[in-house]
Design a binder for this molecule. Structure first.
Ligand SMILES: [Fe+2]
Length: 120
């Protein structure tokens, strides 16, 4: 089975596993742009020692290209019971031109989830 066949996607407002990509400002070519990727934005995802989001990766594919560039990756290491890492990746990027941001999130029980967001 190909990895593309096991990637899941859905409407993030109805599915708690979907990574939600938010550009925290206007896109300007070559200027810093803060980007947040959060899992469980509308419906919180469990964060327990048995069930958690292990990591989020963020990619950028410039328009006109088929080759994604990995921008950032966050691994979440604390899943309770008392100490927790929230599944939120926040970074700043500088992009040369409009394109697509893609995020992938991994839940230890429910697999790999993807989403995309156009920038610029
Ligand atoms: Fe899950």
């Amino acid at each position: 089975m190909k990895i593309s066949e096991i990637m899941k996607s859905a409407d993030w407002k109805a599915e708690k596993h979907v990574p939600v990509i938010t550009a925290l400002g206007p896109f300007t070519s070559g200027e810093a742009l803060e980007v947040e990727v959060a899992v469980g934005k509308e419906i919180p995802h469990p964060n327990t020692t048995e069930h958690y989001i292990a990591w989020i990766a963020l990619y950028y594919t410039p328009e006109g290209s088929q080759l994604p560039v990995e921008l950032a990756r966050a691994e979440f290491a604390a899943h309770g019971p008392d100490i927790l890492t929230a599944p939120i990746l926040k970074t700043a990027v500088r992009l040369p031109k409009p394109g697509t941001l893609q995020a992938v999130a991994y839940c230890n029980l429910h697999g790999v989830w993807e989403s995309e967001q156009r920038v610029g």
